[in-house]
Design a protein around this ligand. Sequence first.
Ligand SMILES: Cc1ncc(COP(=O)(O)O)c(C=O)c1O
Length: 370
Amino acid sequence: MAYKVPFVNYPTHYHRLKGEIDGAITEVLSRGDLILRQQLRQFEENVASFVGAKYAVGLNSGTDALQLSLVAAGIGPGDEVITVSHTFVATIAVIVHCGAKPILVDVGEDFNLDMDQVERAVTPRTKAIIPVHLNGRLCDMERLMKLAAKHHLIVIEDAAQALGASFGGKKAGNIGLTGCFSFYPAKILGGAGDGGMLTTSDQEIDRKVRLLRDHGQDRATGDILYYGFNSRLDNLHAAILDVKLKRLPQWIQRRRELAAIYQRGLAGVEYLKLPPPPVEQDRYYDVYTNYVVRAKGRDKLVAYLKEKCSIEVLVSWPVPNHHQKALGLTHFKLPETERVSREVVSLPLHTELSDQQVEYVIESLHLFGG
Ligand SMILES: Cc1ncc(COP(=O)(O)O)c(C=O)c1O
């Protein structure tokens, strides 16, 4: 079914950049530059400089960026890693895949780590924290980095939703030991399939992750230095993403404009709680990868928007990860996460959205009777 206001619009997005994207694809295929070639190196350099980190390593996915961060940092059996339940399941899965134990804490008003809870969750076995910068807004990284320094903990930023966002003038991915980005098509910099990037300013981590993504092999000597993975970002994907990266600052601007329209139009709608507004709020610069509101009667609202108004909305995540029985995490009690899971809904916000479409969503939300 074609929605009047779709949640994403990949075809229109492609057609806007068709000439340049097709040119990049033709060049890569004509030269046969398919794996670990110039286009990937170029894209890595551009992402590193955009984020402000010394190095960037292109990987298969954001999940692999998290996984290889943990492996390169030496996290393993017996270690505890603190993160949130209110995240995409991959943040937690990578901890388990390393043989470490996830320790889940609750979120605050802005859906990010509640710092008081992090402090309380630290034990002698804690090795790392994964702050998740959800919806394009950073966690309070000043407090987190102080806490991490005090307890000698590694910080791995899950910045899958936060490319371009910053806190205190520092961009996501340039604060912890590593930053982990996703180029999943719906992300702020969306690829033509899966893709990810790890950023770091630590030379040793950069060296190790470059080896780990390529089966642990040193291609120059033929030596195998680690049990590695196959997690290289394809050259073709890198070339397409590099075309798009040039547009990212203007796309972020547009996202903030759209968020401002929502913010003005929805102020005073009683059953809704809006996210922090896109003003220069002391230290936060948010990029609105998602525009997430909290709604009383959320499930009725979702049905109304989809079925009556033809507006596509998304609920991330109706069942919190610690309530997913298969994950074995049901011993965690996280009341705010549980409330948030009942109330959140993401409204359409993407660069192909017109002001008129946003106005239509706003009008529809005003007319919702509950
Ligand atoms: C918060 C968060 N972490 C991790 C990931 C995993 O990224 P990917 O889908 O590229 O593996 C995503 C993306 O879906 C995400 O939103």
